[in-house]
Structures are given as structure tokens and as C-alpha cells.
Design a protein around this ligand. Structure first.
Ligand SMILES: Cc1cc2nc3c(=O)[nH]c(=O)nc-3n(C[C@H](O)[C@H](O)[C@H](O)COP(=O)(O)O)c2cc1C
Length: 161
């Protein structure tokens, strides 16, 4: 299976999950990774406030150019941090820009301090008009302490069989 893993990560948590998924799936599939980059700096306390406000208002941003076309993959796994109980602004922008290229199966994952996953996954599916075959919601704490092996295995089984 050709799999694309596309994610945005402001502080490395979502990236850790995305890269681990790529490593695991890479044993038996052809995997490409698209790290989504924002042209807007979201670093530090100022970036946190800006991001929270932008997310709440469902604003879009200007992304750096992407490398891959989701239409060329059998499965696209999209990952986002939760911002203000919804998806991050860069991932909202990515899905909005690529929505016509989501022709096959999708799966979603997110990382979060505590809550917002269900609403976020529903909104992600709504933007691209495709329901995910699997979802994985992880708390930042679980990711940092590497305590998410079981949840990740369950997620992988949902589309690998
Ligand atoms: C602007 C902003 C808003 C956030 N809002 C939420 C939230 O509503 N619910 C939640 O559980 N976590 C929230 N978080 C925490 C992040 O989702 C969490 O720390 C995530 O793992 C960060 O991922 P990253 O390291 O890949 O950027 C927020 C973080 C930021 C920066």
C-alpha cells in the first residue's frame, strides 16, 4: 500500500507520533512523510496566543509548498495538534487546499493536552468530505512518556487488518 503521513507540529509532539507511525508502517508499506510547515512563526508565548486566536476563528494561513499529492496514495494519514478544541490552523489550511485530492482512504490522529479530539476528527472529515477509516487521539503526556503503544497498535490494525 502507498501511504502518505501528513502532519503539522508546533512543539514536536505530533511529529513524534507521525514519525513513529512512518517507521512502523515502513516495514510493510511504501510510506512518504509530509511535514506541513507554516510561513507564520508560532513560536513562544506570542505564537501560542496567536495560534489560539486563529484556531478559534477558524482562520487559514499561508503554508510552505507541499511535496506530495494526496491523490497518489492509497491511504493518507493526517495528524494535528488540538488548538482551542479544534484542528490547528496549518492542518485546517492543508485540508482545505488539498480537499479535491482526497480520493482514497484517510485516517486521522491528534495530540492534545486533554480534550477536543472527537469534534476535531468530525471537522477534519467534514472539510475533505471523507470519513476516516481509523482515528487515534493521544494526550501529550502519553506521547512524552511513550505510553501509547497499545493505542497505536489498535489504530494500525484498523486499516492494516
Ligand atoms: C494555541 C493552542 C491551543 C491549544 N488548545 C488545546 C485544547 O483546546 N485542548 C487540548 O487538549 N489541548 C490544547 N492545546 C495543547 C496541544 O494540543 C498539545 O500540547 C499538543 O500535543 C501539541 O502538539 P505539538 O507539540 O505537535 O505542537 C493547545 C495548544 C496550543 C498551542
Amino acid at each position: 500500500m502507498k501511504i502518505l503521513i501528513a502532519y503539522y507540529s508546533r512543539t514536536g509532539t505530533t511529529k513524534k507520533v507521525g514519525d513513529l507511525l512512518a517507521q512502523k508502517l515502513g516495514f510493510s508499506h511504501e510510506v512518504s512523510v509530509e511535514e506541513i510547515y507554516d510561513t507564520v512563526s508560532r513560536a513562544g508565548a506570542k505564537g501560542y496566543l496567536l495560534s489560539g486566536r486563529d484556531a478559534m476563528k477558524k482562520r487559514l494561513t499561508k503554508l510552505e509548498a507541499v511535496k506530495f499529492n494526496p491523490a497518489e496514495f492509497d491511504l493518507v494519514i493526517v495528524g494535528t495538534p488540538i488548538w482551542a478544541w479544534t484542528l490547528s490552523v496549518p492542518v485546517r489550511t492543508y485540508l482545505a487546499e488539498q480537499k479535491n485530492n482526497f480520493k482514497n482512504r484517510v485516517a486521522f490522529f491528534c495530540t492534545m493536552g486533554g480534550s477536543g479530539d472527537e469534534k476535531t476528527f468530525a471537522e477534519m472529515g467534514h472539510i475533505i468530505n471523507v470519513s476516516p477509516v481509523a482515528t487515534l487521539a493521544l494526550k501529550t503526556k502519553e506521547v512524552v512518556s511513550d505510553g501509547f503503544t497499545d493505542k497505536m497498535e489498535k489504530f494500525l490494525k484498523e486499516f492494516e487488518g
